[in-house]
Design a binder for this molecule. Structure first.
Ligand SMILES: Nc1ncnc2c1ncn2[C@@H]1O[C@H](COP(=O)(O)OP(=O)(O)O)[C@@H](O)[C@H]1O
Ligand SMILES: [Mg+2]
Length: 254
């Protein structure tokens, strides 16, 4: 079981890279894959063509109701049951999808974070998945609150701008503050002009992070999005797909 978390400043391409690597794992039949959309905007599901999947937030509403209706059952039993069905409903062609969804604001998430952590550890980390890909929103503290905070590979997506490169160090600092354990840090450049890649590589290496290479600007994304298609419809020789293939090789090889 390998947990990959995708991080970086908004708009740098976290969702895109998560989807491209998932596509690669599914194509290679690299074991069972769970995709976790941990961003409240829920973009990953639509890039993958898995929108309509019930979300964890929906499930929490059901949990609250069942808790009131069945006081004889323990919270953890109800939660585990609902969580198992949620994963079943998230079954896609070649992978499973779990959407965290919205709900933080209403406070209902905070109340059940302990349950979620317990169930997440048992079902997901001790479970049957070979790969868990998490498209993370704000950063490590957000994900650590809901899961155990154990991540094998943190993949930070960046361009060559200072604001984006600054997130590299911040992610590591926040991870240590919240007690998240991250084994390896990787950096991938996205939508970055070739002459600026050296700067990204230097920034990564100065922190001891491994630079995995770059995903080029790929016009096929616009085409696919325009036609309402998904990442699975990108041609195999699409520049971003080819670059993601090499990046996947490096991640799997580690
Ligand atoms: N390599 C690329 N080539 C072309 N468009 C890209 C590329 N990477 C990302 N995009 C586009 O940029 C936008 C933001 O990417 P996204 O992956 O959603 O960023 P994030 O998840 O980090 O906010 C999307 O519209 C996406 O299609
Ligand atoms: Mg995103």
């Amino acid at each position: 079981m390998k947990i990959l978390g995708f991080f970086g400043k908004g708009g740098t391409g976290k969702t895109t890279l998560t989807a491209l690597i998932l596509r690669e794992l599914v194509r290679r039949r690299e074991g069972t894959v769970l995709a976790v959309d941990a961003d409240a905007n829920e973009c990953l599901a639509s890039v993958l063509g898995a929108d309509g999947t019930p979300t964890l937030s929906d499930m929490l509403q059901k949990y609250k109701r069942q808790r009131e209706e069945s006081p004889e059952l323990t919270g953890i039993d109800i939660f585990q049951n609902l969580f198992d069905s949620l994963l079943m409903e998230g079954e896609q062609d070649g992978y499973e999808m779990l959407i965290m969804g919205r709900g933080e604001g209403s406070g209902c998430f905070c109340a059940v974070n302990d349950l979620l952590q317990a169930v997440f550890e048992k079902t997901v980390e001790g479970g049957t998945y070979s790969y868990l890909l998490m498209d993370c929103e704000a950063g490590v503290e957000h994900i650590a609150r809901k899961t155990s905070g154990k991540i094998n590979d943190a993949i930070i997506v960046t361009d060559a701008s200072k604001v984006s490169l600054d997130t590299l160090k911040r992610i590591r600092d926040v991870a240590s503050e919240v007690g998240a354990t991250i084994e390896r840090y990787y950096v991938v450049a996205n939508k970055t002009r070739p002459e600026m890649l050296e700067k990204v590589k230097e920034a990564a290496e100065s922190l001891g992070f491994k630079y995995l290479g770059a995903i080029p600007e790929d016009p096929n994304f616009t085409e696919v999005a325009y036609q309402g298609k998904t990442v699975f419809d990108l041609p195999d020789d699409s520049p971003a797909v080819e670059a993601a293939r090499k990046i996947t090789d490096q991640i799997l090889g580690a």
